[in-house]
Design a protein around this ligand. Structure first.
Ligand code: THU
Length: 164
């Protein structure tokens, strides 16, 4: 079926929690861990510090922080650092959940920071590869938190590798 028909009038399901306290203990821990990781970001050019943590089915936690470069496009987002690290170290253990936090020491962030389109595209490749969704938790310990049951909800009209 053509994707435009499939997605006609489609609504995107997500949960938006007012506070981290509305999450279960395990998810709260993931958010606080991702927020701690923002301190390890290498972001001297933007001062925008992003921390990502993946939990795999085998229980392993994988860290990612953004890695900037004087040649700006050579840098990489926190989410992809974590995703590619997991692909390299644990290619056979599916990713269950990804939590993302951000911090800018020069500007208080008052709302969650969503992953960029490249990172979502990479998440979709992992979902396709592992044949199961990656749940997303997006927000800081002191902002509201968004939860998506699958990364694909963030990019409904995505490029489909089956078409290659
Ligand atoms: N960044 C991430 O790490 N993740 C995102 O989802 C958005 C942006 C990083 C890239 C760059 O180092 C800085 O934030 C400013 O764009």
């Amino acid at each position: 079926m053509c994707k435009s028909n499939f997605f006609k009038n489609r609504k995107i399901n997500y949960k938006h929690y007012p506070s981290i306290k509305n999450l279960g203990i395990g998810d709260q821990k993931l958010i606080t861990t991702a927020f701690q990781y923002t301190q390890m970001a290498y972001a001297p050019y933007s001062s925008f510090h992003v921390g990502a943590v993946l939990r795999l089915k085998n229980g392993q936690l994988i860290k990612g922080v953004n890695q900037e470069n004087a040649s700006y496009p050579a840098g990489l987002c926190a989410e992809r650092v974590a995703l590619f690290s997991s692909g390299a170290q644990y290619p056979d253990s599916p990713i269950e959940v990804l939590a993302v936090c951000a911090n800018n020491p020069n500007k208080k962030l008052i709302q969650p920071v969503f992953p960029c389109g490249f990172c979502i595209q990479v998440m979709l490749e992992f979902e396709h590869r592992q044949k199961s969704p990656i749940r997303l938790l997006i927000g800081n310990p002191d902002t509201s938190i968004f939860e998506f049951e699958s990364a694909s909800l963030l990019m409904p009209f995505s490029f489909d590798p089956e078409q290659l």
